[in-house]
Design a protein around this ligand. Structure first.
Ligand code: ADP
Ligand code: MG
Length: 325
């Protein structure tokens, strides 16, 4: 996986005052499934449009399969299959007819296109609906037809914008597994964007976390969390109780917070009722236990863990408006 297929070098897109994509540097390699993950408005779609030559960068460079989409958009489109977030087909044509039409646009004879289309409909699980009008397809079926459609031209790269939006969770999971299977079978590089980290992380070889136009971390999930929480890799969670009255003595809890904050390596202490969460640069579980007991509180439970997907999700996806980067 060492051959670069997509290269972004300082890619920037500005709309008036708004910098939608801010100096993006990224390399995606052949055969990789790369997830561009980020909350709504992060700049994912804008990035994708620049990759396809559908909108021009304000500055910076893009290369897709060695081609510059700014100067050679047609050549890029020949190599890249693009599934937009609002993919549409001709409602009055059947699924098969839609694919044949695409094939003919890509210079196939009708016979070649039909043969290829039937094969692809079977691969995406739509054989039974081949002769049904696309207007009657569900959203999930349209996405599958979209995948077959982009495969009609044997692309080197598939770019999908929010491929699971509007599809129910089960359908989304199946669709993502289908993408994984087809891309591995045909060695196709896949770039997909999504704001569902939990959903797509399973099929992505690497993920780029994209927030407010900036790529803030790149890697697989575990290196992503290491990168994002490099200064506070440990979380220690404790449940405490005042031996006499659990909640009335709130001063003691505040005192505890201050005492814990003084332990070397502690970055942040969050107290929610009887639950205390300590973010720390080192594993200080024993010191935490001692401090709680010395403060005259009962230690009910103590656990330690490393940051994971859930923490990334909570910090960057759930509280979109509170992010400070
Ligand atoms: P995402 O796909 O991650 O949700 P977008 O790339 O669609 O994000 O949008 C990024 C930002 O750029 C948003 O703030 C959006 O409002 C803005 N934006 C997108 N397209 C345009 C446009 N054509 N004109 C002005 N602003 C735009
Ligand atoms: Mg978008």
């Amino acid at each position: 996986m060492n051959e670069p297929i997509i290269i972004l070098d300082g890619l920037t897109k500005q709309y008036d005052q708004l910098v939608a994509v801010d100096h993006l540097h990224l390399t995606i390699y052949r055969g990789e499934i790369f997830g561009l993950l980020g909350p709504n408005g992060a700049g994912k779609s804008t990035t994708i449009l620049m990759l396809l030559g559908l909108t021009e960068p304000t500055s910076g460079k893009v290369r897709v399969c060695g081609i510059d989409p700014v100067t050679h958009p047609v050549e890029v489109k020949r190599k890249v299959g693009y599934l937009p977030d609002n993919v549409r087909f001709y409602d009055d044509l059947t699924g098969l007819e839609n694919l044949i039409y695409t094939g003919q646009l890509n210079r196939m004879t009708k016979k070649q296109a039909r043969e290829k289309a039937l094969g692809l409909l079977s691969r995406v699980g739509l054989s039974g609906a081949a002769h049904q009008k696309a207007g009657t397809y569900s959203r999930g079926m349209i996405q599958r037809l979209g995948l077959a459609d982009v495969l009609m031209k044997d692309p080197e790269v598939i770019i999908m914008d929010e491929p699971t939006v509007g599809v129910d969770p089960k359908g989304a999971k199946e669709f993502l597994e289908l993408i994984l299977k087809l891309s591995k079978e045909d060695s196709i590089t896949v770039l997909l964007s999504s704001h569902y980290l939990l959903q797509v992380q399973e099929i992505c070889d690497r993920i780029g976390l994209f927030v407010r136009g900036k790529l803030i971390a790149v890697g697989d999930i575990s290196s992503l969390s290491r990168e994002l929480f490099a200064n506070e890799p440990f979380i220690i969670e404790a449940t405490v109780q005042h031996p006499l009255s659990a909640y009335s003595d709130s001063n003691r809890i505040v005192d505890l917070q201050q005492l814990l904050a003084k332990i070397e390596g502690v970055k942040q202490v969050v107290v929610e009722h009887e639950r205390v969460k300590i973010f720390a640069a080192k594993d200080i579980a024993p010191q935490v236990a001692r401090t709680i007991v010395h403060a005259g509180l009962d230690l009910i439970s103590l656990s330690r863990r490393e940051h994971g997907l859930e923490d990334i999700y909570q910090r960057y996806f759930e509280k979109e408006t509170e992010i400070a980067v």
